[in-house]
Design a protein around this ligand. Structure first.
Ligand SMILES: [Zn+2]
Length: 305
């Protein structure tokens, strides 16, 4: 039993990892990273991740194993549009939840993130599709079944958080990831993006800040099984525009997947940040009210005179 646990642990360590420290190291000259082309190839032929399947089964995610899907190492099809407690609603009805087992596992872990932020439903458009990244010609993570595109969320009261409408771009240029969104929905979307970022589950978290092609969705990609170096090449582009991301490359990988302790810490941090945000909002509103009152007074005076 212990042996199995250790093997699973090693597997998770080897397959997913990403840095928490965000800043590039000072004094180190930055170089364009060289990427071995195998990272953009389909995962190993004939390689089946049995430990992943076992884990997915133990987490009670209902799925079918699939025989062969071009590009995917361990293809699975999720049944019932549900991973964990989160419902996955397809944006187009024809979409089927076919993906690599490891992505299903990552989304099962991300369930906690949705729960913290009060999200119950995810509207997605894309898990697997055989295609290349525009302009570069390399295979997209979607072609390997290792990425998801999310267009909207529904919270527990059934309110829709739409990425096109509610995501506030250009936040978080300061020290924190969260930035200061003006609306509650913008705030939640921002928190979600930041939680995806710190969760170390994903190799890339692309938001509408990234480029025009992503203006209406979050793109979450996980690591390639052969990512030995586990550098986060396309690290979250939460605040940067396209091309500025390369400076993140030097951040060191750390272990992924939430332990319960880490989860608790994250929840606490989330509440703290939310409290301070509410306080800030209150201040902002008070200030605006005062300004308005002043303006009114002035206009009254000018009217009298
Ligand atoms: Zn995508």
């Amino acid at each position: 039993m212990r042996g199995i646990v250790i093997i699973i642990g090693l597997f998770t360590l080897s397959t997913t990892a990403v840095p928490a420290s965000v800043q590039a190291r000072k004094g180190r000259r930055w170089k364009m990273p060289s990427v071995h082309p195998r990272y953009y190839r389909p995962a190993t032929k004939g390689f089946r991740d049995r430990s992943c399947l076992r884990m997915l089964r133990s987490l009670k995610v209902p799925f079918h194993k699939m025989r062969k899907v071009k590009g995917i190492a361990t293809p699975v099809k999720i049944i019932g549009n549900r991973i964990g407690r989160t419902v996955y609603k397809p944006r187009y009805t024809r979409n089927v939840m076919v993906m690599d087992c490891r992505l299903a596992l990552a989304m099962r872990r991300a369930d906690e993130i949705f729960r913290i932020n009060g999200i119950r439903t995810v509207v997605w458009s894309n898990f697997y599709s055989w295609r290349r990244v525009a302009k570069t010609g390399r295979l997209s993570r979607h072609a390997l079944g290792l990425a998801i595109d999310i267009h909207a969320f529904y919270d527990k009261r059934g309110r829709k958080l739409d990425l096109t409408r509610d995501y506030e771009t250009g936040l978080g240029r300061g020290r924190t990831c969260e930035g200061r969104a003006k609306t509650r929905k913008g705030r939640v979307l921002r928190d979600l993006a930041c939680d995806f970022d710190v969760s170390n589950l994903f190799e890339s978290v692309l938001t509408p800040d990234y480029d025009k092609g992503h203006r209406n969705h979050f793109h979450l990609g996980i690591f390639h099984p052969q990512d030995r170096k586990r550098y986060r090449l396309f690290r979250t582009v939460l605040m940067e525009v396209r091309g500025a991301m390369y400076k993140w490359v030097w951040s060191r990988p750390k272990r992924a997947f939430y332990s319960s302790r880490r989860m608790r810490r994250l929840v606490k941090a989330r509440w703290r940040s939310r409290r301070s945000w509410y306080r800030w909002r209150k201040q902002l509103k008070r200030r605006e009210r005062r300004k308005r009152q002043k303006r009114n007074k002035r206009s009254k005076r000018s009217r009298r005179s």
